[in-house]
Design a protein around this ligand. Structure first.
Ligand SMILES: *[C@@H]1O[C@H](CO)[C@@H](O)[C@H](O)[C@H]1NC(C)=O
Ligand SMILES: *[C@@H]1O[C@H](CO)[C@@H](O)[C@H](O)[C@H]1NC(C)=O
Ligand SMILES: *[C@@H]1O[C@H](CO)[C@@H](O)[C@H](O)[C@H]1NC(C)=O
Ligand SMILES: *[C@@H]1O[C@H](CO)[C@@H](O)[C@H](O)[C@H]1NC(C)=O
Ligand SMILES: *[C@@H]1O[C@H](CO)[C@@H](O)[C@H](O)[C@H]1NC(C)=O
Ligand SMILES: *[C@@H]1O[C@H](CO)[C@@H](O)[C@H](O)[C@H]1NC(C)=O
Ligand SMILES: *[C@@H]1O[C@H](CO)[C@@H](O)[C@H](O)[C@H]1NC(C)=O
Length: 629
């Protein structure tokens, strides 16, 4: 600021000769500073019970967005909440002590949520309920049709809670970490160890298979889980699966990029997917070497993958918004090129996620003082530095500094894209239109967008997470010679009562097979609504979805095996129900008029899912009609 002179000219403050600080205080820096504060507040406004945009949300629950229609995101997702708290816990660790009460509320809310039985199952006895993607804003089960289970949630939650536990241990609160928080983490790790080798829905809730993002985070959870378990003097049953998860992780690489989802028989997509950009930043370890099989952002394959992913969106037919932007400059990024949700637009959290990815890459090079360029990563480097060639550059080399600076500037250009499309009030929605007028679209004030922005600023400012990858011992990352499927881990689950979970027991259930013949049109769905929590207590919003998997023209059957939860000791009972048709295009439901009933034998508490009664019905009443939207 030495050459700065200010003087007042007809009431205006004029700043002269500020060029020395111009780069320090560029328009981008100003935007980041302002937006960072807005984004952090945006996150807090969406967390119960005090969040001012989410009245009614229970204590510690992160609501995905205050938007209640088109789309309705007024729910809490285990994934979004955990990613959000990763960032909140980071911000706390970097000095924002005011956030501790939010972290405490989150811990409480997750202990309780783990015990809520839901359409994915229950905590007891087999942990299946932990795979449920979302719950209502007050923490009750959500029965509606959804892509379930989603197996990234428990891994991400464990990772978040482990970060806070490490802080507690380092600050003389070993006991609190062990007695209060570990029981929550233990359930999540048990789930990861038991189910990592089973299919589930991806983070976009559309594809059932194996997701790179899920596997990547599962690996980190198990390795970091084993370390914290050792620190706390407890055991982690599922953590021994880590080497096999690492083995499986390698199989997503197809020679050119990481396939976003591995799906038996394919899923009609090319495989390029933002999930492969978002998980390297979620497992970032600044001390890891770039050739670590943990696939850090600076790994050659991750760099090659980054270029393939970004280049996919340089196509101005796909994304008119990126028309005319040169190679080596940041662009607006979306989930995957075949996306049709809201017509498939760029997302803020992916665009700033790409910047975070590159800041991480630079941090790894700075730490190791080396940049290695190989055949795989060469195209990534050539885009930014046409002279790049294969080899190893070290800190003294001019090309090292040149490359590092170019990658850092490249990162900034992605943030500048977010800046360009951030509305004046700083509110980040989920998406912004890929075509003119490029305005925000889909859920407003998306918590994940805000959290991703704050996380990016941490990395840009040089605040990095602690290292989590062991450099010796049984948990150092070594890929087994041959990949094996998951072993039958016998996991034990228990409610985390010390953190506030109710002391639940195995739910008493009687599984009934509901079957109804109902001719439907494509886009129409059939549900059971009825008495008892499992059938949603006659609340249509919480009716239980049936499957059309066995539907044929000759036999248009909708069905599901539903474990009805009953009061223990209630004996044989009668459950009343009706079938309901959910019409497309937001039309009203159509519900049968007459009540039906089914006799159900006494419930069991052994976790059995054996079908003990079945209905064989034919739908009675008015048929549905398409809304033609
Ligand atoms: C998003 O936040 C803005 C600014 O606070 C507010 O005006 C708008 O109503 C919010 N939208 C939703 C859906 O919460
Ligand atoms: C919780 O939320 C659901 C769905 O929004 C609602 O149906 C239910 O009544 C609420 N329960 C409580 C206890 O507030
Ligand atoms: C299970 O693991 C094996 C061995 O890595 C792998 O071949 C298979 O695709 C995996 N399946 C799922 C669903 O994870
Ligand atoms: C660009 O996008 C359009 C529209 O999605 C697609 O048809 C075309 O194949 C893409 N071009 C390239 C080179 O990928
Ligand atoms: C929870 O209930 C079980 C019996 O179902 C009992 O053994 C245990 O002590 C209880 N735990 C707490 C913390 O109350
Ligand atoms: C539907 O098909 C599956 C697979 O063939 C079968 O296991 C199941 O019993 C069938 N359900 C009904 C209601 O027929
Ligand atoms: C259901 O009832 C129909 C007619 O009563 C009968 O033909 C059919 O076999 C029954 N299906 C089952 C699965 O019991």
């Amino acid at each position: 600021m030495h050459s700065l002179r200010t003087f007042v000219l007809s009431g205006l403050l004029v700043v002269q000769g500020a060029c020395a600080s111009a780069s320090k205080d560029s328009s981008l820096d100003k935007y980041i500073k302002t937006e960072r504060a807005i984004a952090l507040q945006g996150v807090l406004d969406n967390i119960g019970p005090k969040g001012k945009k989410v009245p009614g949300a229970a204590r510690g629950l992160v609501i995905a967005s205050p938007s209640t229609n088109d789309p309705d995101y007024f729910y809490t997702w285990t994934r979004d909440a955990a990613l959000t708290f990763r960032t909140i816990i980071d911000d706390f660790l970097f000095g924002n002590k005011a956030l501790e009460s939010y972290i405490e509320d989150y811990i409480y809310s997750q202990a309780v949520l783990q015990t809520v039985s839901n359409p994915s199952g229950a905590l007891l006895p087999h942990g299946t309920g932990l795979g449920e993607p979302k719950y209502t804003a007050n923490g009750t089960r959500y029965n509606g049709n959804w892509g379930r289970p989603q197996r990234d949630g428990p891994a991400l939650r464990a990772i978040a809670l482990i970060q806070y536990s490490k802080y507690l241990v380092a600050h003389g609160k070993h006991d609190r970490a062990k007695k209060v928080i570990w029981p929550i983490i233990s359930n999540d790790l048990a789930y990861v160890g038991q189910y990592w080798n089973s299919t589930g829905y991806d983070l976009w809730e559309e594809v059932s298979g194996s997701s790179f993002f899920t596997t990547h985070n599962q690996y980190r959870a198990l390795v970091e889980g084993a370390s914290i378990a050792a620190t706390l003097g407890v055991s982690c049953a599922g953590c021994g699966e880590a080497p096999q998860v690492l083995c499986f992780l390698q199989s997503y690489w197809n020679g050119k990029f990481y396939t976003g989802n591995l799906v038996e028989g394919g899923n009609g997509r090319g495989g390029v997917d933002a999930n492969t950009i978002l998980s390297p930043i979620a497992v970032f370890d600044p001390a890891a070497s770039c050739d670590s099989p943990t696939l850090q952002p600076c790994h050659s394959r991750s760099l090659a993958n980054f270029k393939v992913f970004v280049d996919t969106f340089r196509n101005s037919t796909l994304y008119p918004i990126n028309d005319g932007i040169r190679a080596g400059q940041g662009i607006a990024l979306g989930r995957y090129p075949e996306d049709i949700y809201y017509d498939g637009n760029p997302w803020y959290l992916i665009t700033v996620g790409a910047a975070e990815f590159l800041y991480d890459v630079v941090a790894s090079w700075t730490k190791s003082r080396v940049i290695t360029i190989d055949e795989t990563s060469l195209p990534f480097f050539k885009e930014l530095y046409p002279h790049a060639k294969k080899g190893r550059l070290s800190r003294g080399d001019r090309a090292y500094a040149e490359l590092r600076d170019r990658v850092r500037s490249y990162a900034d250009t992605f943030v500048a894209v977010a800046q360009k499309y951030t509305p004046a009030n700083g509110m980040l929605a989920e998406q912004f239109l890929k075509s003119s007028p490029f305005t925000p679209i889909s859920a407003a004030n998306l918590t994940w967008s805000f959290a991703a922005f704050v996380s990016m600023t941490h990395r840009r400012d040089g605040h990095f997470p602690e290292s989590w990858i062991p450099r010796s011992g049984p948990n150092q990352p070594v890929v087994p010679g041959k990949c094996k499927p998951g072993s039958a881990v016998q996991s034990v689950y228990a409610p985390a009562t010390a953190a506030g979970a109710p002391n639940i027991t195995i739910p008493c259930t009687s599984t009934v097979r509901f079957q109804v013949d109902a001719l439907t049109y494509y886009g129409e769905n059939v549900y059971v609504t009825g008495s008892g929590t499992t059938l949603g207590d006659w609340d249509l919003a919480n009716a239980y979805p049936l499957l059309s998997s066995n539907y044929t023209e000759q036999h248009p059957v909708w069905w599901a095996d539903i474990p009805l939860e009953m009061a223990e000791g209630s004996g044989a009972s009668t459950v009343s129900y009706k079938y309901a048709r959910q019409q497309d295009c937001g039309q009203d439901w159509i519900v049968e008029e007459a009540e039906r009933s089914v006799n159900v034998p006494a419930c069991r508490t052994d976790g059995s899912e054996e079908v003990v009664a079945e209905t064989n019905d034919t739908y009675v009443g008015k048929g549905g009609s398409t809304g033609g939207c």
